[in-house]
Design a protein around this ligand. Structure first.
Ligand code: NDP
Length: 291
């Protein structure tokens, strides 16, 4: 079993992005984060993203709005950022409060600044295999960890458990594309899939993006598979100062001995997500400056 060290791969991605940022002529890339309300996980995610941006020489700003902001006001703010040539990238931190439509808000971000890749134009570009698009950072991170680890994909069976727009669907599409570290046969599973373990046991590469702690056990995994655990789940743990710990969707300790490669949680896909956001911000800057 080889552990896929997301921290190390993410560090390599960030080093590459940082070197490119330093070599840029003119102003550095810039990203604006929009946070609505004070969800503690969102506060922590945006902090991490801003700290990473600062380390790389990427300018970032947080536009923070109260929980009860109207959809109209938020959309008007996004329109002003779309029109601002000094802003290369915009990221609206999910989740949004219930009275705001995430779909409407994500689609309001200009496609060339939509570094989260959640808007319909960028999802369409992914389906069309258009390399100009932005791919959502978590699926992009999954693909990058496989690519940099040189795990063969062509002709192999990738099974994705999860069909969300931000993880499951784009992750499967990336491996379905024509090209390097792609050309896979892809199966999507979800909560209505019958006999899930019989399907996941066929996977050469199993991607678990379910959001249920320790859901994937040894019965779901065939000998020699590669397992990518996307899940981040809070589990009560009175021995920790915070009273909880974070675990993945995979029962790591029981599954690892069956795997050729496996990602841990934490330290697997999570750090890759932030690294790919920085790579997308650099790409948005280049796009803005070549226009
Ligand atoms: P969603 O809740 O949007 O999607 C979960 C998917 O899992 C759905 O498609 C759902 O099926 C499927 N599912 C739920 N229960 C079962 C079941 N019993 N059997 C089979 N499939 C099931 O979650 P996300 O895609 O947003 O996130 C998934 C996980 O990844 C979460 O733990 C999240 O925290 C984590 N995550 C991690 C990130 C990172 O940076 N590492 C970034 C983003 C997310 P159905 O569609 O039928 O409901």
């Amino acid at each position: 079993m080889t552990l896929l060290d997301g921290k190390a791969v993410a560090a390599a991605v960030l080093e590459d992005v940082g070197a490119e940022v330093r070599a840029l002529p003119g102003r550095p890339p810039s990203v604006v984060f929009i946070r609505v309300g004070d969800d503690p996980a969102s506060v922590s995610y945006v902090n991490t993203k801003q700290k990473t941006a600062a380390r790389l020489g990427i300018d970032s700003r947080l536009d923070h709005f109260p929980e009860d902001i109207s959809g109209e006001k938020l959309l008007a703010h996004i329109a002003s950022l779309n029109a601002d040539a000094a802003v290369d990238a915009i990221l609206v931190q999910a989740p949004l409060p219930d009275h705001l439509s995430e779909r409407t808000v994500f689609n309001a971000v200009h496609p060339d600044k939509d570094v989260d890749g959640f808007g319909e134009v960028n999802l369409g570009r992914l389906v069309q295999e258009n390399p100009d698009g932005f791919v959502a950072c978590t699926p992009a991170g999954i693909h990058e960890i496989i690519r940099r680890s040189e795990i063969p994909v062509e002709g192999r069976h990738v099974v994705v458990v999860g069909r969300s727009l931000i993880v499951g669907k784009p992750a499967g599409l990336l491996f379905l594309r024509k090209g390097d570290f792609a050309n896979a046969t892809v199966t999507f599973c979800h909560s209505r899939t019958r006999n899930l373990a019989a399907v996941t046991r066929q996977a050469d590469i199993l991607i678990a993006a379910i959001g249920r702690a320790h859901f994937i056990g040894p019965d779901h995994v065939r000998e020699g598979a590669t397992v990518i655990d996307v899940g981040i789940n809070r589990v009560d743990d009175p021995s920790r100062p915070r009273g909880y710990c974070l675990v993945g969707d995979v029962l790591f300790d029981e599954v690892k001995s069956k795997c050729e490669y496996i990602t841990p949680v934490p330290g697997g896909v999570g750090p890759m997500t932030v690294a790919m956001l920085m790579a997308n911000t650099l790409k948005a800057h280049r796009r803005n400056h070549s226009a």
